[in-house]
Design a protein around this ligand. Sequence first.
Ligand code: NAD
Length: 363
Amino acid sequence: MSNKEFTLTILPGDGIGPEAMTEVRKVIGWLEDSEDLSFTLHEDDIGGAAYERYGEPLADETLDKCRASDAIIMGSVGGQQWDNVDYNKRPEAGLLKLRKELQLFANLRPALVFDALIDASTLKPEIVKGLDILIVRELTGGVYFGEPRGIEDLGNGQRRGVNTQVYETYEIERVGRVAFDLARKRGNKVHSCEKANVMESGKLWREDMTALHKAEFSDVNLEHMYADNCAMQLLRNPSQFDVIVTDNLFGDILSDAAAMLTGSLGMLPSASLGAKGVAGLYEPVHGSAPDIAGQGKANPLATILSFAMALRYSLDCGAQADKIEQAVQALLTKGIRTPDIMANGCTEVNTSQMGDALIKELS
Ligand code: NAD
């Protein structure tokens, strides 16, 4: 009898998603055999695969399964074959619907530089060595969703494009709480980034973060930083950061910049979290990589590390997440590499061999 039982929804998706997910299943098998955990897996489709099966990129029955899970592990979505499908039926629409329906308002993107991959960064090794940043991006509000929005014909040969940046206190506080809570388990430091100098929504963001900090998290170090300065500091001196919390638009840009400090798309996991009791969504940062799909070239580690985040943040199995992350570190140090992170003197392996090597390392 296992002491901990979990229900996971597994959504492999398109392109290299299914290949990477096969390797995640090996890790799940290892956890069941060796760590006294037990998993019920609900397998389903999302994205293009779901469009082919259900006529839409996220079927209601799939959403129901997600709602009834402890965590959702997703591969990736997208592919040229669905380029001409209606906008709301495209693969990406399935992912947006999932985030929206579950109100996953906090997007966690770690930027971690593995020592063995330090040369993959475009920055100097001494700048990125030991780098471990967590960006917490607000995901369901701000300028991507604010009203009014649209393109208006002004009738004089001119048009006007409008988007609205809007935040309410509860949105700022709930993502702030996630960031402060996470900082307590890490380096105890939060940088809150906005443009309070030129935007009212930024001023509110700064005031609400300051009040939340004072009321609930005064033991955590809080610094405010303008988002443009943050972009510059990420390149100049990234190791000053522990947790960065920011809005949807700035987070979109800053998390991509931070991710690239690590230099390897095939290694980057992410999590999207909602209210307590709602299943979190865990997925790699990369897309469906149609150029290498089906060739055994995909690096499965970003998806496996996303699963490790699920263990830590949704399943309260931090010890097992640590084991997986340490095994990945050890594999890289031994020079076991998929083609995307291959370097001189290392051993090139395919997707499946990478998964097998990880299980061997874990064992
Ligand atoms: P991509 O991330 O799929 O690929 C970019 C490049 O990185 C490609 O050369 C690819 O081969 C390589 N790459 C990506 N992941 C890799 C891995 N795990 N191992 C080895 N190499 C890897 O981005 P793209 O090419 O711009 O987009 C392809 C499709 O993915 C599009 O349909 C896009 O809309 C979709 N997409 C989906 C997501 C998602 O599912 N969250 C994210 C980004 C893009």
